[in-house]
Write a protein that binds this ligand. Sequence first.
Ligand SMILES: [Zn+2]
Length: 178
Amino acid sequence: MPLTPLHPGVSLPFFIAFRRRLEIIPLVIGSMVSDLEILFMMPFTGWDIRFRGPMHSLIGAVSIDSAVALFISFAIFPFIGRWVKARYGKLRYHIFAGKDVTEAPKSFGAAAFSASLGALTHVLWDAWSHPYNPLLWPWDNVPGLNFAPPGDPFFVMLFSQLLTAMMLALLLEMYWRL
Ligand SMILES: [Zn+2]
């Protein structure tokens, strides 16, 4: 259960391998949107592991999560990016991995694939690192479907946070130089 902003540490390695086929913004946003449902579920469930629902499932990753990530990538992100570029353009915050991220993705197909891939990395990474993740929603909580390693859940969670944070730091360092 890494913190939401750490999740790109798991999706960005795919960008190294398939740079020409993937769109980085939908990939990164796709790997974070699943946690939006926690905000909507929490008023009903309280602070309970069951606040993960369809957006943390395999089917949700390639449908709802992907659609939300595409909407953000095309309709919201470019505007925020342009605002940042207008004010801080000289600092080149808008250039990431050699790309101007204020531009909407060029190919819708590549963007949709990237968003789904990003979301799948999220739900699969969550699945091994916390005790409840409805991967096969709507078939809820199928026994044996969590890959959480044996051991104290607190240490499993701590380990996943540290591992993801290290991966993200390494990747960011690498990409900013591209
Ligand atoms: Zn999550």
